[in-house]
Design a protein around this ligand. Structure first.
Ligand SMILES: Nc1ncnc2c1ncn2[C@@H]1O[C@H](COP(=O)(O)OP(=O)(O)OP(=O)(O)O)[C@@H](O)[C@H]1O
Ligand SMILES: [Mg+2]
Length: 373
């Protein structure tokens, strides 16, 4: 049987492909890929069509959707050729004015805080896994343990790490591609416990100013619980891109979300959303889902405060074990339910900040001196 095939002699130029791809719309920016500047290299030969997109974050949420839209748009044009869609990313600063002098971490394009009013709700666990998910996706990531009294980063990455000092600057410890700094790498926790407020904020300032962070796409700050000095010091000395509020579903923890929001509003730090941690527990033997700390509370509250819920993270034994073993859950069990939720948080952050950065970069510079012709 001799079926006429739409074979590899189908004429197709790079500009045909470019035109088709550039016309597609990115669902987050609600803008054509052409206008968004996403379309990079395109190549066409007899065997293969390759499209390379440059996204505002390696965890840009609609990346898979974009891939399928490109496949659909080109399907009828490429004949027998195979199609390969390749992603690259270029993370931009969400607050470009942050390059200015008063910023203590000038090399960090985006600064994200993980906070909660109440202790023990999982800030450090979520922060560590989000940092690991971003780094694993290819971003340059730093993680600063801003919990001077009760640092957890050493335990969560392996305690015996020590930063080097070169030319009076601290070199962060690199683990799993993440640059880490914690007071726990330098003094033992009991020692830090007895520090008074000014010493604490002093140490934190040093961790921003005197650490050789280099260029970072994202720096994640794991905050101590509460709404005190540390939060204020940060707000005054760095341009924070956004804060993530972590809560468990009980009412007492949720009340602290309200307090956290009030505090961040007051100091002008945007809130990216709420993570509901320990949202549910699935029984390993019977599969029943238990809502140990009540159900859906964070969601209701977030709606009331008009904040998005970035993810609901289940209570999982492996998440706790990973935290204690020095290898983040998203790396040790990438497909566990909690890992998927952590990755969702990373994606929400990368996408939201990417959107803000893209808009900031596209906005006309307000020099106030526009020349009218
Ligand atoms: N989703 C989860 N599943 C299982 N265990 C968890 C989960 N989230 C956190 N944990 C465990 O709960 C404990 C408290 O978590 P974590 O240290 O991250 O909280 P925190 O809010 O940073 O606490 P602190 O206020 O003391 O800084 C840890 O032992 C951690 O391993
Ligand atoms: Mg903590």
């Amino acid at each position: 049987l001799n079926v006429a095939k739409n074979n590899d002699r189908t004429p197709l130029t790079e500009s045909d492909v470019r035109t088709a791809v550039e016309a597609l719309v990115d669902p987050v920016l609600e803008m054509s890929l052409g206008k968004a500047g996403f379309v990079q290299a395109i190549s066409v030969d007899d065997a293969e069509v390759q499209v390379q997109l440059e996204l505002p974050s390696p965890v840009w949420r609609p990346r898979n959707e974009l891939k399928s839209r490109i496949h659909e748009a080109l399907e009828s044009k490429i004949g027998e050729r195979s199609l390969k869609v390749v992603f690259a990313s270029r993370v931009l600063p969400s607050r470009p004015e942050a390059a200015a002098g008063e910023n203590l971490i000038p090399g960090a394009k985006n600064v994200v805080l993980f906070a909660s009013g109440k202790g023990g709700v999982g800030k450090s666990t979520v922060a560590v896994n989000v940092a690991a998910a971003l780094a694993d996706a290819g971003a340059k990531v730093g993680l600063l343990d801003a919990d001077i009294y009760g640092p957890s980063i050493p335990t969560m990455f392996g305690a015996k790490l020590r930063p080097e000092v070169v030319d009076n600057r601290l070199i962060p410890v690199t683990r799993y591609g993440i640059k880490l700094m914690s007071i726990g790498f330098i003094v033992n926790p009991e020692e830090a416990m007895v520090w008074r407020g000014p010493m604490l904020t002093g140490a934190l300032m040093q961790f921003m100013r005197d650490v050789e962070w280099g260029e970072l796409d994202y720096i994640i700050l794991d905050l101590p619980p509460g709404t005190g000095d540390v939060q204020l010091t940060l707000a005054q000395n760095i341009k924070v891109s956004g804060a993530v509020l972590v809560s468990t579903p009980q009412d007492v923890a949720l009340m602290d979300v309200v307090r956290g929001k009030t505090m961040f509003d007051k100091v002008g730090i945007p809130i990216l959303g709420v993570v509901e941690n320990m949202a549910s527990f699935t029984c390993g033997s019977c599969g029943t889902v238990h809502h140990i700390f009540a159900e859906g509370g964070a969601r209701k509250l977030a709606e009331k405060l008009r904040l998005p819920v970035l993810a609901e993270v289940p209570l999982e034994v492996s998440a706790r074990e990973s935290a204690d073993s020095g290898r983040p859950e998203v790396l040790s069990h990438p497909d566990s339910a909690s890992s998927l939720a952590f990755k969702k948080v990373a994606e929400a952050i990368g996408t939201e900040l990417g959107k803000t950065a893209h808009r900031a970069a596209a906005a006309p510079k307000s020099s106030g001196l526009k020349i009218i012709q």
